[in-house]
Design a protein around this ligand. Structure first.
Ligand code: ASP
Length: 717
């Protein structure tokens, strides 16, 4: 199937914008990318070949990140921050794997990560016509979204029936225009194999996050298992290591400044085809509120864990992901202001509008497209504070999140399968439940009380919140909010798996008579959340139609086609190991070394270097891992590829497709990539393979892993 659809995806969207340096190219585009010109010695076919084994078969998605197979026995390398949740969930104050790191002494010691899944892309085909065939004139926007959603689900189910053992997922490549059905293998028995201590894996913490120069050993190893017959299975003692079709060769020689590199991975989301009015919404409402609300939550969780390591461990994963988004949002706000992106986009749009106006038929068809899009974002700007706070109420406060999951699941599961929210469809239910169960383990009622009380207090000053009957009595003043939070958290059982399971077995009517105070609160708020859900779908329907038209007229105007925004599907990007200049008279070179780790080490968090690393440094035990020109063990590398969140863990490959690093971040200025890529400031950051190997084999003695990856000199000299 793959072969015959190779070039269809983009054709459905028009022509393709080629030769731009930026670009997260879908696999369908590879034949048209000049790989030689980009310094890559492989052909498009060697990267991705529908009918043979190719490099792509060695790449996988690991939850929201990317990973690479590095042995024939299912060994995966990804980032420390991608395995963080598994490390945290396996940690306790007695056995603190975050702090001390983890090395499985044998396969039987590898630790299951029950909420992890590994996904491998098998196949894809364009199904735009089949999806859009259900859209009819005269449909409301809400009907349009629902019809498209339902059709997508039907096509997924049909594809899964036709391809037993595989999972089908439809991705929207261009809003309202292009849809692609991907077939994936999902593997569900994922185990932790090796993680350095957090002081290596997250060296520099939030101070250094999104910054260059960087000295973080952000890598970990996991392994994926299958049933003995090779089929996907959840954890079992009988399972055996997965045998990937292909694994990547690890190139211990690494790369140097100026070398070509490329990445394959699963970038999450970008918004480069969105309008200036969208950017204004981001700038005025969503990003500043994210910064505010996340800073507060992080502070509270840090405070709660400051005197109790067990509590700190429970909050560690959540703090880390909120802090990551918080700092990225600040980078984006700064970038939006400095880079003048909104102004430039406005200018492009006004030129486009003149082009539209210059022809009567065009004016008739596209005259109010930009205006229509702006109207949706204007509405979102006005409603944003209330909507975002309500959404945060059921994220910041975990009890409300659990209560919401129960109420939503019970109500949705009473509907026919195809009409449910996808989370609660039969094909997704067990995984959704598994994730919910695992997240209950970190529940800490005292923190949750602070979160609930704080969210209620914040809501009390938001316009429209007092109009919600279920909230009004809780918002009177800070004392009332505090007492309500105390009563709700003290009285609820939503943190208990048995209680959740019992609730899930009830009908909507039975659940409605629940006496649990948090379930009651959510039941009372549920109509409001449903209203917001429908509103979102209505907006999606409007935007989907309008963006479809916008793309069409932009293609006419620019006489070109476009690369779709990132959407969690497999992409290729390439560049070079390259310095950059973040400010006047400042040039930052692209390879950091172990010397920098030592220079930064203060002994205070987040700049602690563990004793085994210091010992190996003092002993000068580097042979086999040095950068020949710099005479040091290289730690991180900087390159000008086009990446975003989700590219975390992506293999950094040299011109021959060998693994020379693991991507984990971007520099601060490049956070704005998500809205606009730029050769001057867009830089991605990866951990150098030599540091990975030195830390794993030489410092922590996991030489069997190096041997498994085929590294010579694994045991030193
Ligand atoms: N460090 C980033 C993340 O976790 C990766 C990136 O966005 O470039 O999202």
């Amino acid at each position: 199937m793959r072969s015959c659809v190779l070039v269809l995806i983009m054709m459905a969207a028009g022509t393709v914008q080629m030769l731009a340096d930026d670009g997260m190219f879908p696999m369908s585009e590879l034949p048209r990318v000049n790989l030689r010109e980009r310094g890559i010695e492989l052909t498009a076919d060697q990267l991705f070949n529908p009918s043979e084994i190719s490099l792509v078969d060695g790449i996988c998605r690991v939850n929201g990140c990317t990973g690479s197979f590095v042995s024939e026995s299912g060994l995966i390398i990804t980032n420390h921050h991608c395995a963080f949740d598994a490390i945290q969930k396996a940690s306790s104050s007695e056995r603190d794997l975050l702090q001390n790191g983890f090395i499985a002494g044998s396969r039987s010691e590898e630790i299951p990560a029950p909420d992890y899944q590994v996904r491998i892309t098998e196949n894809y085909r364009d199904i735009s016509a089949e999806v859009l065939s259900v859209v009819q004139d005269g449909m409301s926007f809400l009907e349009r979204t629902k019809a498209i959603e339902k059709r997508r689900k039907q096509l997924e189910i049909e594809a899964e029936r036709a391809n037993p053992g595989l999972r089908a997922e439809v991705a929207e490549m261009f809003a309202g225009r292009t849809y692609v059905l991907f077939l994936y293998t999902y593997l569900k028995d994922v185990r932790l194999v090796f993680a350095p201590p957090v002081s290596v894996g997250n060296f520099g913490g939030e101070a250094d996050n999104w910054e260059w120069p960087r000295h973080t050993g952000d890598f970990s190893f996991m392994r994926v298992y299958t049933a003995p017959d090779g089929t996907s299975a959840t954890w079992s003692e009988k399972n055996v290591p997965y045998r990937p079709k292909r694994f990547l060769r690890v190139q211990q020689a690494g790369v140097d400044e100026g070398d070509a590199v490329f990445l394959l991975g699963y970038p999450g989301r970008t918004a480069r085809h969105r309008t200036a009015s969208f950017l204004e919404y981001e700038q005025a409402v969503r990003l500043p509120l994210t910064v505010q609300l996340y800073q507060w939550q992080i502070r509270e969780m840090e405070q709660a864990g400051s005197t109790d390591r067990a509590v700190a461990i429970r909050h560690a994963s959540r703090i880390k992901s909120l802090a990551n988004v918080e700092k990225r949002s600040r980078g984006q706000l700064q970038g939006l202001q400095r880079a003048g992106i909104v102004g430039k986009r406005r200018q492009q749009e006004s030129e486009l509008q003149s082009f539209i106006e210059s022809d009567a038929a065009r004016r008739q068809q596209f005259g109010d497209v930009l205006q229509g899009i702006a109207a949706v974002y204007a509405e979102m700007q006005a409603a944003g504070p209330l909507e975002i706070h309500l959404q945060q109420l059921r994220q910041a406060c975990r009890a409300v999140a659990f209560g919401f999951a129960v109420v939503d699941a019970v109500n949705e599961r009473a509907k026919p399968d195809l009409e449910r929210e996808s989370l609660w469809m039969d094909r997704n239910f067990s995984q959704s439940l598994q994730e919910l169960r695992v997240s209950l383990r970190d529940w800490h009622p005292p923190t949750d009380e602070v979160m609930l009380s704080g969210m209620l207090q914040r809501l009390s000053s938001i316009k429209g919140a007092h109009d919600i009957a279920a909230l009004k009595p809780l918002l009177e003043n800070a004392e009332v909010s505090g007492q309500a939070a105390q009563r709700l958290i003290a009285g609820t059982q939503v943190g208990d798996v048995g209680f959740i399971d019992k609730c899930l077995s009830l009908s909507p009517d039975q659940l409605r008579s629940s006496e649990d105070p948090v379930v009651r609160l959510v039941l009372d708020l549920y109509p409001e959340y449903l209203r917001l859900r429908e509103l979102d779908k209505t907006r999606e329907g409007r935007l989907s139609r309008l963006y479809g038209s916008l793309l069409e007229v932009k293609e006419q105007f620019l006489r070109t086609g476009f690369i779709p925004d990132a959407n969690g599907t497999l992409r290729f990007t390439s560049g070079h190991v390259k310095s950059y200049s973040p400010a006047d008279a400042v040039v930052r070179t692209p390879i950091s070394t172990l010397r920098g780790v030592i220079e930064k080490t203060t002994g205070q968090d987040p700049f602690i270097t563990p004793e085994p690393v210091l010992r190996a440094w003092r002993a000068g035990d580097f042979e086999g891992f040095l950068h020949p020109r710099l005479g040091q063990v290289p730690v991180a590398i900087l390159y000008d590829t086009d990446t975003t969140g989700g590219n975390s863990g992506s293999p950094v490959l040299n011109s021959r497709g060998e693994l020379v690093g693991v991507n984990f971040d971007r520099c601060f200025e490049a956070t704005i990539n998500d809205f606009a890529w730029n050769a001057d400031y867009s830089r991605s950051i990866g951990v150098d393979i030599r540091y990975v190997l030195w830390i794993t084999g030489r410092v922590y003695g996991a030489t069997e892993l190096l041997e498994e990856m085929g590294i010579k000199q694994a045991r030193g000299f």
